[in-house]
Design a protein around this ligand. Structure first.
Ligand code: MN
Ligand code: ZN
Length: 598
């Protein structure tokens, strides 16, 4: 077959495949004539594309042709509505050209009903009041904050933004305030007219006593979080100044982007305050719905937010106990539930405490992951020339590109880590290790280094291993590394323990989480089998901010299942199409080499 023929048959294969997916999963038919509706299908992606990725692949004229982007949760398909069929054709061409070959854009006859309305309503209790302050008040408010000097209690330069506290300090380690320690810096008096308006309009019955001012440069953001229940009253008020921004609200898989216009007041009350996370994607632009019904990509400017809160001087008695630090004992998503093969809970846990965390810490994580472990390196290097080597959970690509005589490809769930891989010119794709988008018997060798311990049930860990074996060619080998619960062996401490700096132990940070899992103290032995390991994102103060000598940090929590001796082999032995060739302990990890039976 000539080149063009091969290409054509590849296209028609894809067309058949996606036509089935679209029909069965979404009740949508591929259209043979041009329509205003497009479907973007993707092989490896389980979450669809982000709206920003789609918008960035298009130029201005194409963007102007878009009326809406429709997401369907937990699928690999994203739908677009264009102004008309002609524009849709140009969008289709642009996307098929610009994106990787893993994407496939087709005309469809309709958009699935549920995708049309998925983002229509705001979270309950969320109120947005536009033009809450005048342009003059905006200037006065901005002037009241001195960014050049601050005491350590009052100001910090965090990873994503600059911060000033007034009234009381919000402590990021504990995510709480100490009511016994008011700051010398009082809330600036220019805020009084704002408070009067808030009380007058019966938004609150009280006047705030704590103010946090955040300054975000374009590209900076704040990770999704719920403000600690026990720290503040309901509601929380936030004024946006200097720039519009899109804030994302999330709850059980639903993402609601909300445009916060400059000079608007956001009131987070009830469910939106207690049960939804809010966060700002660290991006330089936002996708915004225009009054004419089209979408546009708007560049962010520097934004300053004034968040007004009132300290809660008692336990929280909200009705959202699963998110409530005051009501942790009543936690419905208890550990028993997690180990109870409950897939939905497990995937929520992994999403919150693995996928979202790696997305946030990707840059810093990558900086700390350079040196390949020698035993993994020698395994990769001993593969015969021409082998296809798949790295499941490739992270920043530490093990890709090592064996120049083989074809190495990696997958991961973090877009940011994959971006780092792409910059290093490695072949990668986005995929969950529970469903590898590869045919049976299609790769010669697999490695999975420090991945399977992030899965929160035994069934899921087994599924991940069985997926690797499924895609392996008969006789092919997989190397698997997981963290060992025991970090000491033959009286030897692992390198993880050796890096203990013996600093006096700090206060344990409290995760914002519906899952009541124990928090591990870094660089110590593991006391639990399922736990959260803190990742401290350190950030030097920005130059010229007056804070350049200090470090500040935000803490993220990664879920781990710690393996006992023999546990990994036992799991592998449950597969009838693979055998454990070798197992060993390597610097605090349990490791197996698994061979697919011929
Ligand atoms: Mn907040
Ligand atoms: Zn509460």
């Amino acid at each position: 077959m000539n080149c063009k023929g091969a290409y054509k048959s590849k296209i028609s294969r894809k067309l058949r495949k996606y036509s089935n997916i679209l029909k069965e999963a979404h009740n949508v038919e591929i259209s043979e004539t041009d329509t205003e509706f497009l479907a973007i299908c993707n092989a490896g992606l389980t979450t669809g594309l982000s709206r920003e990725i789609i918008m960035e692949a298009l130029d201005e004229t194409h963007v102007a042709a878009l009326k809406d982007i429709h997401f369907v949760e937990n699928t690999s398909v994203t739908f677009l509505t264009c102004v008309n069929a002609g524009f849709a054709m140009s969008v289709l061409k642009a996307l098929n050209e610009d994106m990787h070959c893993d994407f496939f854009v087709v005309f469809v006859k309709n958009i699935p009903e549920f995708a049309l309305h998925s983002e229509a309503s705001l979270p309950a209790g969320l109120i947005l009041l536009e033009n809450f302050v005048s342009p003059e008040e905006e200037i006065a408010l901005l002037k009241s904050v001195d960014w050049t000097s601050a005491t350590p209690e009052q100001g910090q330069s965090l990873k994503h933004r600059q911060v000033r506290h007034f009234g009381y300090q919000f402590e990021y380690g504990s995510n709480n305030v100490n009511p016994e320690k008011p700051l010398d810096a009082k809330i600036p008096s220019v805020c009084s007219p704002v408070f009067d308006r808030v009380v007058q309009r019966e938004i609150t019955a009280w006047v705030p006593d704590q103010l946090t001012v955040n300054q975000y440069e374009p590209g900076q953001g704040i990770p999704p979080h719920i403000d600690t229940h026990s720290a503040f009253e309901d509601p929380i008020l936030s004024l946006s100044l200097e720039s519009d921004v899109v804030m994302e609200f999330r709850k059980s898989g639903v993402v609601v982007p909300v445009l916060l216009p400059r000079r608007s007041l956001l009131v987070m009350s009830g469910e939106s305050r207690y049960a939804w996370t809010h966060g700002i994607n660290p991006r330089k632009s936002d996708v915004v719905n225009c009054p004419d019904g089209k979408l546009s990509l708007v560049q962010r400017k520097r934004r300053t937010s004034f968040t007004f809160r009132r300290l809660l001087r008692r336990a929280c008695t909200c009705t959202f106990s699963q998110f409530c630090d005051s009501q942790k004992e009543n936690d419905v998503l208890s550990r028993e539930n997690i180990s109870n093969n409950c897939n939905e809970t497990a995937s929520k846990l992994e999403n919150l405490h693995v996928h979202q965390v790696y997305e946030e810490i990707a840059g810093h994580f990558s900086e700390t992951r350079h040196k390949p472990w020698p035993n993994v390196l020698s395994f990769v290097n001993k593969q015969v020339p021409g082998s296809v080597i798949l790295d499941v959970g490739c992270g920043n690509g530490k093990y890709l590109g090592l064996n120049k005589q083989s074809f190495q490809v990696g997958c991961d769930m973090s877009q940011h880590l994959l971006k780092i891989c792409r910059e290093r010119e490695f072949e990668t794709f986005l995929s969950n290790c529970l469903a590898l988008p590869f045919k049976d018997n299609s790769v010669d060798c697999c490695i999975s280094i420090a991945v399977i311990h992030h899965l929160s049930t035994e069934d899921r860990r087994l599924k991940a291993i069985s997926e690797m074996v499924r895609v392996l060619a008969p006789g092919g080998e997989a190397l698997i590394y997981v963290w060992a619960k025991n970090q000491e062996r033959d009286q030897q401490k692992s390198s993880y323990l050796k890096q203990c700096n013996n600093k006096p132990s700090e206060e344990k940070p409290a995760p914002i989480s519906p899952f009541s899992l124990p928090v591990h103290t870094n660089r110590t032995q593991f006391c639990h089998s399922d736990l959260l390991v803190p990742w401290k994102l350190k950030q030097k103060g920005l130059k010229n901010s007056g804070l350049d000598s200090r470090e500040s940090e935000e803490v993220y929590f990664r879920y781990y299942h710690m393996f006992e001796e023999g546990e990994l082999e036992l799991l592998c032995n449950r597969l009838n199409n693979a055998s454990v060739e070798r197992s060993y302990y390597d610097q605090g990890n349990w490791c197996v080499v698994l061979k697919k039976v011929l």
